[in-house]
Design a protein around this ligand. Structure first.
Ligand SMILES: Cc1cc2nc3c(=O)[nH]c(=O)nc-3n(C[C@H](O)[C@H](O)[C@H](O)COP(=O)(O)OP(=O)(O)OC[C@H]3O[C@@H](n4cnc5c(N)ncnc54)[C@H](O)[C@@H]3O)c2cc1C
Ligand SMILES: *[C@@H]1O[C@H](CO)[C@@H](O)[C@H](O)[C@H]1NC(C)=O
Ligand SMILES: *[C@@H]1O[C@H](CO)[C@@H](O)[C@H](O)[C@H]1NC(C)=O
Ligand SMILES: *[C@@H]1O[C@H](CO)[C@@H](O)[C@H](O)[C@H]1NC(C)=O
Ligand SMILES: *[C@@H]1O[C@H](CO)[C@@H](O)[C@H](O)[C@H]1NC(C)=O
Ligand SMILES: *[C@@H]1O[C@H](CO)[C@@H](O)[C@H](O)[C@H]1NC(C)=O
Ligand SMILES: *[C@@H]1O[C@H](CO)[C@@H](O)[C@H](O)[C@H]1NC(C)=O
Ligand SMILES: *[C@@H]1O[C@H](CO)[C@@H](O)[C@H](O)[C@H]1NC(C)=O
Length: 634
């Protein structure tokens, strides 16, 4: 591989411009980041015949069973081979931060301390927000839960930009395009995609990286549901709970065994107003193997058609490069620092590790897909962002764009967690519903219940409470705060940014009350399930065995200090021409420059529904269509 070492160029701080050197490798498109935003997009561009370079900071763990078996997601989430630890804040108030039960400190001897009572000398780090720096991005360590955006999460883009191609009904075609649905009968409905043809020839047996997966055409993402036949056992405690949940949400309690098989990705009129059970859908194949952008990228690389895709691993993009000519800056390539674990969010990083710098040239465009924390960081390091912030770090302003890194959105999450007197049984079920007194007709909570514990993230998560644990995890849909930010801590591309979600900053009391109403409703269902289940020893939000032995105010306070999240979006948001906080137009183009787009979860103006991974892959498919259509016109 030819490398053009740029130490001299860098030393003169002129690294914002592409070197005029024929040794610089050149591609039609450069895509930065291989997650649900960038991975499918790079594969699609290569399949359309364009030479495409996909640059990924991490390496490829796709054949490692920790990642390839979806059930290992908790191990994957803690695995240092992919882990990027961001230590984030939830508010501006340091005292409130330290009340977070899993707040993380670094002790003097280097170990973590996690909790409320740190030893003397322990240095506060923050609240852990894990990301996966690896081929496939966070789709490699997530739980693979698939759900659709609310229709209005797409429609809001139409309202903001006037681009009617974002109308909700039109977005379904991207679901059909990306999915290879395994739980609906092939061909039985036009609302799903079935035709991806994956052949995992050796992935199943081998754990090395020569696993070959071939895909022809679209439909790279296998989606399947888990077996819910247990729900037919009327006397199982878990089923009693379902029956009570059905009663409280206007569903037929005699029909739960059927209801829990409902298609969560189905095309129902007014779906966003329906309170209903669904089968939990996950991006996996029929054997429970993780299907993801990683499998698509590898299939594209391995296809006998020899698509022009090049992947560079262990390559941290430090900035986008621009040409100097003309009035509007044009993105012409990227600068990369080579090496493993050079990013300081990587727990394996040694702070002084530094790799050689190289440049790559983009003949057509650069597409940034580093995810909600890294895309704004990359733009800012490249001189695109709020001018004042850039000047503070002596970064030459290429384009003053105040919205970059602002508008950070996320679902709020919490859980009703308890220990039964004996195992409650059952598996995962999903319910989307509207809490009593919710401000609109739309459902506002996604809950998934089962014999597990999930209480957010910290090094070593989750806690195992034994075989009697039972939880309904709750995800708040349609949060309206969006007051968080991602800002630089230095001009060194190896330093993670300062991330503050500023939870509940706007509309906080309303969102908290909806959360409390949700906990109260679910607890009521548990209590009504009777002797088969009780007593339930609740851990939170209302500790103890006395049902509702807490006021709403106490629960609100608990949720306010203990809520967590892991679906961050919207830091490079699409917006209208008249919106000075808009970062992108409706075709993903970064405003004020040419040849540069952002395609990932940061592009959404609002968090899409309750789970962003599938909507992000739909958005990625739309971006591929837009980019290929534009390229065809030239
Ligand atoms: C623990 C966890 C569990 C989750 N579970 C679910 C779930 O069950 N369902 C769901 O819908 N969502 C889930 N999510 C969220 C979902 O995975 C993300 O929304 C989604 O992956 C976002 O995709 P993305 O492409 O925007 O970013 P990412 O997935 O973060 O991908 C970004 C990629 O860019 C790379 N990158 C970043 N910076 C650079 C750089 N400078 N140079 C080169 N490469 C770079 C990163 O290494 C990474 O591979 C979960 C998230 C986490 C953290
Ligand atoms: C650091 O100190 C803590 C508390 O005394 C201890 O539990 C931990 O094992 C120590 N870690 C190391 C690496 O020595
Ligand atoms: C879009 O605008 C229309 C008209 O102003 C409004 O009725 C609708 O609620 C808006 N939808 C969204 C999703 O913002
Ligand atoms: C689904 O049905 C179509 C049409 O009959 C067929 O072409 C395709 O191969 C089938 N796909 C799978 C995965 O069975
Ligand atoms: C692959 O699996 C085999 C058997 O399980 C094991 O011995 C070997 O160490 C594994 N290799 C890698 C690279 O993980
Ligand atoms: C409720 O479900 C049961 C079992 O499927 C069915 O027999 C009954 O008709 C349903 N009731 C209503 C009101 O739909
Ligand atoms: C920015 O440049 C000025 C002048 O060269 C210098 O004094 C200052 O320390 C620099 N600031 C940073 C954050 O590097
Ligand atoms: C109710 O809560 C109080 C304190 O908040 C606790 O002392 C008591 O044990 C609880 N009662 C039950 C029945 O859980």
């Amino acid at each position: 591989m030819r490398q053009y070492l740029l130490s001299a160029l860098l030393a003169s701080a002129a690294g914002t411009v592409l070197a005029d050197d024929p040794a610089v490798e050149s591609y039609d498109y450069i895509v930065v980041g291989s997650g649900p935003g960038g991975g499918p997009l790079a594969s699609d561009l290569a399949r359309a015949g364009y030479s495409t370079l996909l640059i990924e900071a991490g390496d490829d763990q796709g054949s490692n069973k920790v990642y390839s078996e979806l059930n290992n997601f908790n191990t994957a989430g803690n695995d240092e081979r992919s882990l990027w630890n961001f230590w984030v804040k939830h508010s501006d108030d340091p005292e409130r931060e330290r009340k977070f039960e899993h707040y993380v400190y670094r002790q003097e001897n280097g170990s973590y301390y996690i909790g409320l009572d740190p030893p003397a000398g322990a240095k506060p780090l923050g609240i852990q927000y894990p990301r996966a720096g690896t081929l496939g991005g966070c789709a490699m360590h997530n739980a693979g839960v698939c759900s659709l955006a609310q229709d209005d999460d797409w429609n809001i883009i139409v309202n903001k930009t006037g681009d009617t191609s974002w109308e909700a009904p039109k977005m379904r075609k991207y679901l059909i395009q990306v999915e290879k649905n395994l739980y609906v009968t092939n061909g039985s409905t036009p609302d799903h995609g079935f035709n991806g043809e994956f052949h995992y020839s050796s992935l199943a047996q081998s754990n090395d990286s020569d696993g070959k997966a071939y895909v022809s055409g679209t439909g790279f993402l296998s989606i399947d549901t888990s077996d819910a036949r247990w729900a037919r056992q009327k006397n199982m405690p878990a089923v009693k709970i379902l029956q009570e949940m059905a009663k409280l949400t206007g569903q037929n309690e005699s029909d739960v065994a059927n209801l829990v098989t409902k298609d969560i990705l189905g095309n129902y009129p007014n779906k966003d107003e329906q309170s209903s059970f669904y089968a939990m859908a996950q991006h996996m194949d029929a054997l429970g193997r993780r299907s993801s952008p990683n499998t698509y990228i590898r299939a594209t690389l391995n296809d006998p058609a020899k698509y022009p895709l090049t992947v560079k691993l262990n390559s941290l993009v430090t900035k986008v490069l621009f040409s100097k000519e003309g009035e509007t800056p044009v993105a012409t390539g990227v600068e990369v620092m080579q090496g493993k674990s050079v990013y300081r969010a990587d727990p394996r990083n040694k702070p002084d590790t530094k790799g050689p710098l190289v440049q790559y040239k983009a003949k057509k465009e650069v597409i940034v897909s580093g995810g909600t924390f890294n895309s704004p960081q990359i733009l800012k390091l490249s001189g695109i962002g709020p001018a004042d912030e850039l000047k503070k770090f002596n970064i030459t302003v290429v384009k003053d764009l105040p919205g970059v890194g602002e508008n950070l959105d996320d679902n709020y999450e919490g859980s009703l967690l308890a220990l039964g007197k004996s195992p409650v049984g059952g598996g995962f079920i999903t319910m989307l519903y509207r809490t009593p007194n919710a401000p609109t007709k739309k459902r506002n909570i996604f809950t998934w219940c089962g014999p597990f514990s999930f209480e957010g993230f910290w090094p070593g998560f989750p806690t195992d409470y034994g075989q009697n644990e039972y939880e309904c995890a709750m995800v708040k849909i349609g949060t309206t705060s969006r007051a968080g930010y991602v800002r630089l801590t230095s001009a060194d591309p190896r330093d993670p940014p300062d991330i503050n979600f500023r939870f509940f900053e706007k509309n906080g009391e309303q969102d908290l009350q909806e959360f409390v109403d949700s906990a109260n409703l679910l607890r009521k269902a548990w209590q009504a399930a009777g002797d088969a289940v009780l007593p339930f020893n609740e851990k939170h939000p209302c500790p103890g065995t006395g049902a509702g032995n807490c006021t709403d105010a106490e629960q609100r306070e608990m949720i306010k200090t203990q809520a967590y999240s892991h679906h961050a979006t919207s830091t490079c948001a699409i917006g209208g021409d008249d919106d000075k906080m808009a970062v992108l137009d409706s075709r993903f183009r970064v405003r004020g420059v040419k040849g540069l787009r952002v395609v990932d979860a940061s592009s959404f103006p609002v968090v899409p529904g309750a789970f962003p991974v599938l909507p992000t892959m739909m958005l990625s498919a739309k971006a591929a269509e837009v980019i290929i259509a534009e390229a065809g016109k030239v």
